[in-house]
Design a protein around this ligand. Sequence first.
Ligand code: CA
Length: 224
Amino acid sequence: MRILVVEDERAIADFISRGLEAEGYAVTCVEDGIDGETLARTGRFDLILLDIMLPGRDGLEVLSNLRREDGDTPVILLTAKGEVEDRVAGLDTGANDYIPKPFAFEELVARVRAHLRRPGQGTATELEVGDLKMDLLRRQVSRAGKEILLSAREFDLLAYLMRHPGQVLSREQLLNGVWGYDHDPGTNIVGVYIAYLRRKLAIDGEIDPIETLRSVGYRLRDDR
Ligand code: CA
């Protein structure tokens, strides 16, 4: 699966491409709208991630030019804060989805997967580990059949853990995978959110699904 990323902020483009490559996608990045449009119109890509504010030509114009000849290739807009009107315009112009910045990598991957799903290929948008179930698109979580309400960040953290069941994940891995490019590496935010998650996932008499490995990291038990 080939993904085109049109994004002029180098840090974000790097973050997206490293992450998507780790998920097995082939990624091409360009920094301006004119190159972006030229590549988008080659038809060589299965999905396009498109920033709106770009040098050369803005993302909405690229999208509208692309849609004149290609109505099918999924396009996900990356929108900065305060561009609500642009998002609406983007959907009118034929974007399939948009992701507000800053975003967690988990959310980006969930949307990319959802839009790349071909009919009959089955759903890759649900995760199940032990008695935990997660619907990535509806952003719903349940444990032992009981629905659990999570904040956006708690959800992304649990999604990351559920994608790596049984694996020991370091705090740094979780920080990069969930908080992404705009995190402060000095914080203990991972520990804080693990504690929030534990509290919400707790069921009387049941074992804590998240194991702490002192000075190493965390592990979501898959042996329950
Ligand atoms: Ca930009």
